[in-house]
Design a protein around this ligand. Sequence first.
Ligand code: HEC
Length: 127
Amino acid sequence: MKKSLSVFTLVVLVSGLVALAAKKPAQTSEPMPDDVKAVIQNSCYGCHNSESRNEDGKKEIQFDKLDELSAIKKIHAYKEIGEALEKNEMPPKKFLERFPDKALSEENKKMLMDWSKKEAEALVKEM
Ligand code: HEC
C-alpha cells in the first residue's frame, strides 16, 4: 500500500514538472530597456501589437505579447527584427512617406539591432 502510493506520488510529481517546463514561457535575460521600448513605441508598436488594425503586421509580430512566446519563437522573432532593420524593410517605406517622424535614426536603428541580437544570443545560451 505504502509503496504504490509513493510510486503514484512520483508519477504525479514528474508529470507536473514536465507540464510546467513545457508551459513556462521563455525568460529574457532582462526586461526591455526603456530606450529600446521608446523607439519601438514610436516606430513599430502601432502596427505590431495584439490589437493592431494592421492585420499583416499583427500576424508577424506583437510587441506586447513577445514575452509570452516560447524561447524558440522568441529567438526567431529577434532574428527577424534584426533582418528587417538591416534591410531597411521596417518601418515600411510607404508609411514613412506619410509619417516621416516615425523613421529610425541610424543610432536608434543600431540600438534595436544590438538589442535583438543580444536577446537572441542570451536565449540561445539558456537552451
Ligand atoms: C505601418 C505599419 C508598420 C510599422 C510602423 C512597422 N511594421 Fe513591421 N510589418 C508590417 C507589415 C504589414 C508586415 C508584414 C508584411 C511585410 O513584410 O511587409 C511587417 C512585418 C514585419 C516583420 C516580419 C519580417 C518581415 O520583414 O516581413 C518584422 C520582424 C517587423 N515587421 C518588424 C518591425 C519593426 C522592428 C518595426 C519598427 C522599427 C516595424 N516592423 C514597423 C507593418 C509595419
